[in-house]
Design a protein around this ligand. Structure first.
Ligand code: MLZ
Length: 269
């Protein structure tokens, strides 16, 4: 769990405005996430987008699915929204006249692909088509303005959605800069990218939001040292704990980013 980020306070303190909802290609009425870990579906191979592959849901965070291509390693996981146009129920590819392909970097010999495919789908839990959501239409033009705040996927750490600012504009592109980071994570993307969200999206969808980093670009020291994961003691199970004993009242532990945490506190980023 994370300390909820207070956008209102941050916008006030940084004297900035949030990019309005109409700027984004994101659903206005939020869809449900009815996917479950272990479900299989079809996904475009992100490293070779002309291939449709079998993928397994390995983790779920808010409206996002962490996917792993069957036959691939666990080093190339990727994330898709439940209303992504790049995921489909099993059978969709064949129905549209295509053929399922092995992922780039298929672990086995290419000749074993047909048998691998049979085995991986045999007895698998396939995500039912009714839980796939239609992609929202999105704006027809780039409506962003320089300086507007947003929430954006950190493409180098794609599990993270972070506080960001529109740093520049160029036709149908926006330059996403991450607040409080030196620039190594910044990138250009289309205005209708599915990796950018209006302020408050994470809170609404139950996704953690990374607050601004500490290399302070805004000159506002108030937000320094606030990139702090919070650990709720009721989430911690020590092996010798007497589980029948009443739990002590929860306490909140603040851990600075420079602290490695130790065995019970996962200071992941
Ligand atoms: N802990 C990693 C991730 C940084 C994430 C930045 N996001 C804009 C690091 O410090 O490199």
């Amino acid at each position: 769990t994370y300390l909820p980020f207070d956008w209102d306070e941050y916008l006030r303190d940084t004297k900035s405005l949030a990019a309005p909802y109409e700027c984004f290609k994101q659903a206005v009425t939020l869809p449900q996430n009815e996917f479950k870990i272990g479900m299989k579906l079809e996904a475009l191979d992100p490293r070779n987008v002309t291939s449709t592959c079998i993928a397994t849901v390995v983790y779920i965070q808010g409206l996002r699915l962490r996917l792993r291509l069957d036959g691939s390693d666990n080093k190339n996981d990727f994330w898709r929204l439940v209303d992504s146009s790049e995921i489909h129920p099993i059978g969709y590819c064949e129905k549209s006249g295509g053929m399922l392909q092995p992922p780039l970097g298929f672990r086995m010999n290419a000749s074993s692909w047909p048998m691998f495919l049979l085995k991986t789908l045999n007895g698998a839990e396939m995500a039912p088509s009714k839980i796939f959501q239609r992609e929202p239409p999105g704006p027809r033009t780039n409506l962003f303005q320089i300086g507007q705040k947003l929430e954006a996927v950190d493409k180098k750490n794609p599990q993270l959605i972070c506080c960001a600012t529109v740093g520049n504009l160029k036709q149908d592109q926006i330059y996403v800069t991450f607040d409080g980071w030196r620039g190594a994570f910044d990138y250009w993307c289309r205005y209708d990218s599915r990796d950018i969200f209006p302020c408050g999206w994470c809170a609404k969808t139950g996704h953690p939001l990374q607050p601004p980093g500490q290399k302070n670009a805004t000159g506002n020291s108030k937000f320094k040292g606030r990139n702090i994961p919070v650990v709720n003691t009721s989430d911690i199970q020590s092996p010798e704990a007497d589980t029948s004993a009443p739990l002590p009242p929860p306490i909140t532990v603040y851990v600075y980013k420079t602290c490695t945490g130790g065995p019970l506190v996962d200071v992941a980023q």
